[in-house]
Design a protein around this ligand. Structure first.
Ligand code: ARG
Length: 470
């Protein structure tokens, strides 16, 4: 005997009682997966066109479906569409609305398809589009970095290892290091998009379908490179989402490292840069404060993106083939990863060109801490001293400098010569900051000339990329 309460009309046939209200809410995904609606409709339109081509739908039925789905898309965009928890997810909400609009043809749309291949298709279409936007955001940020690096190609700052002054570098060189990280991030996202661009449509629930479908045709309509090979795999794996989250985590890790530096550099102790007021906030108690909230938040949000990666890996790890409802849990972490990444890339894209550089403070910091000690050691090597011996000699000279509170460049020639007779008056050009950076003049080195060349290659790369995506 059937309970008279309504069950879900899409699968209610074999059920004898209505879904528990809590269970309906617990199992529903419509509150978050409605975000996929455009792609769900796009997928349905391609599927319907394929069914019509295969003679499974008539031309009239296809026309009804196209009109109905078009209206639904407009209603959703306008905010007038009534979403219902009872209809579980975006797919069944749209299908039910279609059937209410056009009748029997709406009920035929799901022929040769399952929500399992449908949802995998939707996510791929959505993610593919989002990756496109993220790639543009990365390019925009890279352009900002290269442009700033161009301007700061001659600006000298201390380079660090262990956060201790190591050797002078140019600020432009430092910025171009960030550019390179993002270049690999770009290519990771690009690869991820290429690998996932195969259509799951036609895999149906798990085993394929008995209808004479044309998977190549629907794949082609949706701009996929080809259909997926194996139906079980197509509906079950979310490795593409995991791969994306891994690439996203690396981008966030890179932005987080840059954030850490921006926070340090904008402190009174470093004072290397100033972030414009519009990227900072004050303190409600300490009137002097100007806090670098934007980089701090980017650094903080890195944790949540990495968390989403771990969530998806954990979600996947024990699932038997093929589809399991576990996979419904893929969406919120994935959505939040995209949203967070977009915001952070936008924040950086806006902030980087606005960084104000305190050239004097950078220079002053570079000239303390014996940043040219290696240059002196290399100088002695050029005069015929073995590197290990010259390292020892310069070490003693530095110890002496610490005792007398002077920099190497401030010692008189006679004083320097106490450490090695090979030292001559030409040593002083070697001990200058400019001499030090200019001497590292090879591919990948910090010399201003190399920075300018790297910037030129970067801007060319960006121009080519933009041309190709037109
Ligand atoms: N809302 C579901 C999801 O996101 C759609 C697929 C449901 N399939 C099923 N067999 N219950 O995964």
């Amino acid at each position: 005997m059937k309970d008279d309460k309504p069950t879900n009309q899409s699968w209610g046939g074999r059920f004898n009682e209505a879904t528990d209200q809590f269970v309906a809410r617990f199992t529903a995904s419509v509150n978050f997966d409605q975000r996929l609606y455009q792609y769900d409709i796009q997928g349905s339109l391609a599927h319907a066109k394929m069914l019509a081509k295969a003679g499974i739908l008539s031309a009239d039925e296809l026309a009804d479906i196209q009109r109905g789905l078009g209206e639904i898309a407009e209603e959703i965009a306008a905010g007038s569409f009534q979403w219902s928890i009872e209809l579980e997810d975006v797919h069944m909400n749209i299908e039910a609305a279609l059937t209410a609009k056009i009748g029997i043809a709406g009920k035929k749309l799901h022929t040769g398809r399952s929500r399992n291949d449908q949802v995998a298709t939707d996510i791929k279409l959505w993610l593919r589009a989002e990756i496109g936007e993220l790639l543009n955001a990365i390019t925009h940020l890279q352009e900002g970095l290269a442009t700033l690096a161009q301007r700061e190609a001659h600006t000298i700052m201390p380079g660090f290892t262990h956060l201790q002054t190591a050797q002078p570098v140019t600020f432009g060189h430092h910025l171009m290091a960030w550019y390179e990280m993002l270049e690999r991030d770009y290519s990771r996202l690009h690869d991820c998009r290429a690998r996932m661009n195969q259509s799951p449509l036609g895999a149906a629930a798990l085993a394929g379908t008995t209808y004479p479908i044309d998977r190549d045709y629907s794949a082609q309509l949706l701009g996929f490179d080809r259909p997926t090979e194996n139906s079980l795999d197509s509906v079950s794996d979310r490795d593409f989402a995991i791969e994306f989250c891994a690439a996203a985590s690396l981008i966030m890790t890179h932005l987080s490292r840059a954030s850490e530096e921006l926070v340090l550099w904008s402190s009174a102790q470093f004072n290397f840069i100033e972030l414009p007021d519009r990227f900072c906030t004050g303190s409600s108690i300490m009137p002097q404060k100007k806090n670098p909230d934007v980089p701090e938040l980017v650094r903080g949000k890195t944790g949540r993106v990495t968390g989403h990666l771990i969530a998806l890996l954990t979600l996947m790890k024990s699932q038997p083939l093929a589809y399991n409802k576990d996979n419904q849990e893929d969406k919120e972490p994935l959505f939040d990863t995209v949203d967070t990444l977009k915001d952070c890339l936008r924040a950086y894209g806006d902030m980087v060109p606005a960084i104000e550089v305190n050239t004097e403070a950078m220079r002053k910091a570079a000239s303390s801490g014996f940043s040219t000690a290696t240059d002196l050691a290399d100088y002695l090597v050029r005069k015929g001293v073995a590197f290990r011996d010259s390292h020892e000699i310069v070490g003693s000279a530095v110890a002496h400098c610490i005792k007398v509170d002077k920099d190497l460049s401030e010692l008189a020639l006679e004083e320097l010569q106490l450490f090695s007779k090979e030292i001559d008056s030409d040593v002083f050009t070697v001990l200058t900051l400019e001499g030090s950076v200019a001497a590292r003049n090879h591919l990948g080195g910090t010399a201003p000339e190399q920075v300018q060349a790297a910037v030129a290659r970067a801007l060319q790369n960006i121009a080519t990329r933009r041309e190709q995506s037109l």
